[in-house]
Each structure stands twice: as C-alpha cells, then as structure tokens.
Write a protein that binds this ligand. Sequence first.
Ligand code: ADP
Ligand code: ZN
Length: 292
Amino acid sequence: MMVYGAIEAGGTKFVVAVGDEKGNIIKRETYKTTEPAETMQQVIQFFKQYESDLKAIGIGSFGPIDIRKDSKTYGYITHTPKLAWRNYNIVGALKNEFNVPMGFTTDVNAAALGEVKLGAAKGLESCIYVTIGTGIGGGAVVRGEILEGFSHPEMGHIMVKRHKHDRFTGNCPSHDDCLEGLAAGGAIEKRFGKKSALLADNEEVWNLEAHYLAQAVMNYTLTLSPERIVLGGGVMKQRQLFPLIRQKLKGLMNQYVKLPPLDEYIVPPMLEDDAGITGCVILAVQTYEKEQ
Ligand code: ADP
Ligand code: ZN
C-alpha cells in the first residue's frame, strides 16, 4: 500500500502522520519540540517504518520559513525566536533520509488546505484560514492550491485602525499597530492582565477583539475574495466572537460588496486540531502528483 507522509512542525509539538490519497490519516504520532537533532530523530524513525510505501512528504512548519525554490536556504526555518531551530534546514534533514518529493509550507497554509479539502470549506475552491492564538497567522487556498508569492503570506501582521479608546501599546516587536500586536491572545493578556479564557464574561474584551478581527476579515475579503474564511486558534474558542465579527464586518463593508451569507462566510474550523496535519497529507499528495 502507498502512503503519504505529513509533518506538522509546531513550536511546542511535532505531529507526524501517514495518510491516504484522500487525506485520511492512517497512523499518527506526536513528539515534543526540543532540539532539532532529538525531535527530527523521532520524526525520521517514524517514517522509516513506512519507507518502502512512502510516496511523498508534506511539511507544514512554524515560521518564518524559506519557501523560495531558487534560494540557497530553501527548506529552512529562518529567524524564529526558537533559537535551537533558527536557520535549521528541515527539508534538507529529511532529504538526507528519504528520496521522495517534499512539499514545504507554513502551518497555517497547511491548515487552510486541510479545511478546504476535508473541513469547514469542503467543496469550495478557495478559503482563508486564520488562527488567533498566542500570535496570529493566516493562509489562503486559491483554486484548490496554497497561495504563495515571493514568500508566504503573513496575514497576522496587517495594519488595522486602532480603537479610539485602546491605549495598549501593542505586543508586536516589529510593528506599532498590526493585528497580531493588538488582537492575538498575547495582546489580550497583556492589555487586560489576565488569561484570555478568564475574560469570557467581560464584554469590553470581546467587543474590542471583534473590532480588530472584523477589520482583518474585511481586508482579506477585499483583497482575495475567498469563498469562506475559517477563524480558529485558542482565542476563537470564545464563540461569542463569531456573531460580533459578522455584525461589525457588515457595518464596515457598508454593502460595498455583496457577501455570501455571513454565518456561512465566517466560520469556525471543522477539523480543529487535525486541520494542519490533514493539510500536510494533502500537500504531500499534490506534490507527488505534480512530480509525475
Ligand atoms: P498557539 O497559538 O500557542 O499555537 P492556541 O491556538 O491554543 O495555541 O492559542 C493560545 C492562546 O489562546 C493563548 O493566548 C490562550 O490564552 C488563548 N486561549 C486558549 N483557550 C482559550 C479560551 N477558551 N478562551 C480564550 N482564549 C483562549
Ligand atoms: Zn506585527
């Protein structure tokens, strides 16, 4: 039997799996993210069991990463704050062990691909997936494939208009008023001095959060016109955000564009924690098919 390999490389854990050509997961394991030598040793051992059946590997990694095929550092995790992984050649380490085609993208791009093929945007050709967690990241699928350009999108760092009563200085080391700096879980926690899950009953928190996320969704909508936008990550477990974001988006758009019905347009993930790893299996399948 032929299988497709998948690696979701996260800052705290690595999920590895093999799956079938439809993206279904056959077997998976999870390892702690420690040092590259140790973690990758486990990853390699996992795939060695399947080596004779392995057709391709899809990798969705925390970033930033180098996805430029003509670059000397293609396949590297680049200037991550996780020092042990900075400038680490993750694709190279796998290429040394496995002679199969490899697809390499960001964790959020992989999640977008998973959600569009088997999750909350199934049956559509395009979607945007945004995670609002400790930080904010987003990826897009267009015509069934991950959207990339000179590099990968960094949808968390778009500029948003500050709320007139928001005096928080922002939490992004690179930008004053970017979405991640004002609206990620980390920003909520610094601004209000509490874990965001403990702020569930504080309406001010979620109104402000929706103020920023609605702007982000408006900008993504106007730029890419995706058929669906999936909002995931720890912060979106506050489900009251969904109606607030939809309502504020409606106001901001002011009927300029006729949007899909909003409760079908702005939705939670369906695959939840499996979005990334599922997307990596599908990326492996797509990469294999392209190299035939
Ligand atoms: P990460 O971004 O680290 O990969 P998560 O997507 O789980 O992981 O996001 C973590 C962030 O989400 C933290 O800021 C955390 O406080 C926040 N968070 C987790 N659960 C909830 C919840 N139920 N309500 C609000 N915020 C939450
Ligand atoms: Zn930023």
